[in-house]
Design a protein around this ligand. Structure first.
Ligand code: MG
Length: 163
């Protein structure tokens, strides 16, 4: 394989955490008193991952595919976005080699649900869960995120030509 055919992508997303919202992150539901606000279900993990995948494939970003002004996407399960993005990059001739995620939050705690999230994201991506890595990081008491105001996610991915 020509190494110049590999593509790297970077994604980042930030959502407020609000009381009374379901806490859906990485396609799984956490038992937590606050959840990410948003036009869709607010799943910042999947949004960052979609942006990484789309960036790697040269497809702009998630908002260009699913505008947050479109009433059809109100409350939508972001897992459906991810499935659509995987199809879009496949159409461009790419498959996912691996993804890595950093989830910065003081709550919910990511570590106890890490394996479940890896499995869920791997299923949605159509790859083995050993190719999906999830890391939770705390904010060390600094800034608004450390006081539960929101959640920030970074995602990186590698794509290769589909064989
Ligand atoms: Mg988002």
């Amino acid at each position: 394989m020509n190494p110049f055919d590999l593509r790297i992508g970077l994604g980042w997303d930030l959502h407020r955490l609000e009381a009374g919202r379901e806490c859906r992150l990485g396609g799984i539901v956490f038992a937590h008193p606050t959840g990410p606000a948003g036009h869709s279900d607010g799943d910042a993990v999947i949004h960052a991952l979609c942006d990484a995948l789309m960036g790697a494939a040269g497809l702009d970003d998630l908002g260009s595919l699913f505008p947050d002004t479109d009433p059809r996407h109100l409350g939508q399960d972001s897992a459906e976005f991810l499935v659509a993005v995987v199809a879009a990059i496949a159409q461009r001739g790419f498959g996912v080699v691996n993804v890595d995620l950093v989830i910065a939050t003081e709550g919910p705690r990511i570590a106890p649900e890490r394996e479940r999230m890896r499995k869920r994201l791997a299923d949605l991506l159509g790859i083995d869960s050993t190719r999906v890595n999830v890391k939770g990081k705390t904010l060390e008491g600094m800034g608004a995120l450390a006081h539960g105001a929101g959640i920030a996610v970074q995602a990186v991915c590698l794509l290769a030509p589909r064989t």
